[in-house]
Write a new protein. Structure first.
Length: 650
């Protein structure tokens, strides 16, 4: 059966989630494994463990640094990092056996410097280091000036070209004419490799094929690809995965270049897979090949070296004279594990959205620096919480913006810091835009929103509510970068006193413990929207369940007057001079105010304006009766009691 047909089905969540757990466990050994290769003199990484300290290997060091940074495992040490930067950018540094100024060495040096500079803004402030970096970038651009890179008499290599463009893009934009030449070469080479594969030629190179697909996606000029070109990319990926061998690897690539006294250099399976999984534009297309990628992952167990600190390491197997694990092969394997875990989480996200029958849009990968000036809920008419905060400012400043600033942690498979709020209860009368605020958080973070209501918990009957809750919350615990809205759950969380039915027991047996787990997980934003928070068990407001509890009231008078100039024109003077009339306008929800404005547009005098306002107030939600705490109250009275009962945070 082809990997294309072996797509994950909807009932495989448990197996897929267990794979994620295994990947996370394996991934956590990444840093410990590479510490065995750390060079105490150069502070870089040796190619093999038993190599004497004192010789900095650009390719091994770059591969190790990049893998650690991308996985969020790099431990920042500004003093040592600056020393390592200076040594990497030394004019004399090159790969043993290769001449100065070769694209292989220069690209790895630039990639290492770019990766090392990411975690700390203090890097590369020295003019000398910046100049040295610019010179290396210029040499790389010159090496691919014709659209591809090669070394010596060997033919153009998609591996070297991808390495070169990756290094440039880590620091700068690729000049458009150069980028267009690279992409054109990649298209031509991809088509040539497909033809060789179709012809059954022994010279067909599956690594060359896959690196061309990465190049086209990564350089960025393939965004406007024609349908035929997209078919070519799909065909390239299909042919690549069809060629996978039973042991999870691929037929050896053609030699990339030769190192005198050492031998030919080939592409390494896990180095390629790591780059393939690092390209967001290819992520969706790779989901259908999860079984093939899993085969490659499982093959790592049988080929691993076991190191003293319970971590694993690997060898590329390219050098018969090299015994034991290699740092760059080990780093590539862990980089692949990290990328594969990220793809599995994407598959889990899609599975959960399918299970709950909710449309799905993948989280956006930020392509630009974060800006604190980005608007939050620009269309929401705000309501004041106290003299310091409004609803919008509180959610933005205390939750949405802190989470957005730490989004890169989640993209690397890490967690939000323990002090970052990520759970929120919004309570208040119907029609106060609580659901809209949840959507605003989703839009601000550019994460998908997953809405869950009581029907999801009772889909298999009321007596199975706890079992279904277990399943849904297990699914939520597997996710990251999702805004989950738990809507209309008043009946599911009502007071436990004297109650013994399944709905009342639901809070004790299922809801509260799982909310604590989700809060500690720090991987998603979890929002509860309710009209009747007084029906919640008092335990739900204890510390550890929710970080923020906010009352959402109808919009303020100022917000309404600013949104509707006609409202200000017809009633501005009346409201300014009559507090009772101002209170009537304050009580109206957004929709009720919009209806009032429509009616005002057809009225002709001041008396009619005031009567319309009074009529709108008599019929508004806050004047309607609701059951609260065993009594019939107006929503205005119930809202006042709710606020006094709950401990509002922040």
């Amino acid at each position: 059966m082809s990997s294309r047909s072996a797509v994950w089905s909807a009932d495989q969540f448990d197996d897929l989630n267990q794979l994620r757990v295994d990947l996370v466990s394996r991934r956590e050994r990444h840093h410990r494994a590479l510490e065995h290769f750390r060079d105490s003199v150069t502070l870089g990484y040796k190619s093999v463990i038993d190599k004497p300290d004192g010789h900095l290997s650009p390719s091994s060091t770059a591969t190790c640094i990049r893998s650690l940074v991308e996985a969020g495992h790099w431990e920042i040490d500004p003093e040592n990092d600056n020393v390592l930067l200076e040594r990497l950018l030394s004019a004399e540094l090159t790969t043993q056996g290769l001449p100065q100024g070769n694209v292989y060495t220069d690209a790895f040096i630039v990639d290492a410097v770019a990766a090392l500079s990411q975690p700390s803004s203090e890097q590369l402030k020295s003019p000398e280091l910046s100049t040295a970096l610019s010179q290396r970038i210029d040499l790389i651009q010159e090496s691919i000036s014709n659209g591809s890179a090669s070394i010596g008499d060997y033919p153009s290599s998609a591996y070297l070209t991808e390495l070169a463009t990756r290094a440039i893009l880590a620091c700068n934009e690729i000049p458009r004419p150069l980028g267009e030449r690279v992409v054109q070469w990649a298209w031509d080479e991809l088509a040539r490799q497909l033809a060789l594969i179709l012809a059954g030629a022994k010279t067909a190179d599956y690594f060359q094929l896959a690196y061309c697909a990465i190049l086209i996606a990564r350089v960025g000029y393939g965004v406007d690809a024609t349908p035929q070109q997209r078919l070519l990319i799909n065909a390239a990926l299909e042919q690549f995965f069809e060629a996978q061998l039973p042991d999870g690897t691929w037929p050896r690539s053609q030699p990339v270049f030769d190192i005198p006294g050492v031998g030919s250099t080939y592409c390494y399976d896990y180095e390629l897979l790591a780059q393939l999984l690092s390209e967001p534009a290819l992520s969706s297309g790779l989901l259908q090949y999860l079984p093939s990628l899993r085969k490659s992952y499982e093959a790592l167990t049988s080929t691993a070296y076991y190191l003293p600190n319970e971590s694993l390491a690997w060898s590329s197997g390219h050098r018969l004279t090299t015994r034991g694990p290699e740092s760059w092969a080990t780093a590539s394997a862990y980089h692949f594990i990290h990328g594969f875990e990220r793809l599995v989480v994407e598959a889990l996200r899609r599975h959960v959205f399918r299970y709950l029958r909710t449309p799905y849009v993948a989280p956006v990968h930020p392509s630009a620096p974060l800006s604190t000036n980005r608007p939050f809920a620009p269309d929401f008419l705000d309501a004041r919480l106290d003299e310091h905060n409004t609803v919008r400012s509180a959610i933005r400043d205390y939750l949405a913006e802190p989470v957005r600033q730490q989004a890169p942690l989640l993209e690397r498979g890490r967690r939000l810091t323990s002090s970052t709020p990520n759970t929120l209860i919004l309570f208040g009368p119907p029609g106060t835009s609580k659901t809209e605020l949840a959507r605003s958080v989703s839009e601000y973070l550019q994460w998908p929103q997953l809405t869950i209501d009581p029907s999801h918990f009772v889909r298999n009957g009321i007596n199975h509510i706890n079992a279904e809750a277990d399943r849904i919350f297990a699914m939520l615990d597997s996710l990251d970068r999702v805004v989950v809205l738990l809507d209309e759950i008043d009946e599911l969380v009502r007071e436990r006193t004297g109650a013994a039915d399944p709905l009342s027991r639901f809070l004790t047996t299922s809801m509260l413990p799982k909310l604590v787990t989700l809060n500690k997980g720090k991987k998603i934003v979890f929002i509860v929207a309710t009209n009747h928070i007084e029906r919640f068990d008092v335990a739900i407001s204890r510390s550890g369940r929710f970080d923020m509890i906010l009352q959402v009231s109808p919009p303020s008078v100022e917000e309404k007057l600013a949104r509707w100039p006609l409202l200000f024109e017809k009633l501005g003077e009346t409201i300014e001079n009559d507090h009772a009339r101002a209170a009537q306008l304050l009580a109206l929800t957004y929709a009720e105010t919009a209806r009032l404005v429509s009616a005002l547009s057809e009225a002709s005098d001041q008396r009619a304006y005031v009567e319309l306002l009074a009529k709108s107030h008599r019929e508004c939600t806050l004047e309607l009766t609701t059951e609260s705490g065993g009594r019939d109250l107006t929503w205005a009275e119930a809202s006042a009691e709710q606020r006094s009962r709950m401990r509002i945070r922040p």
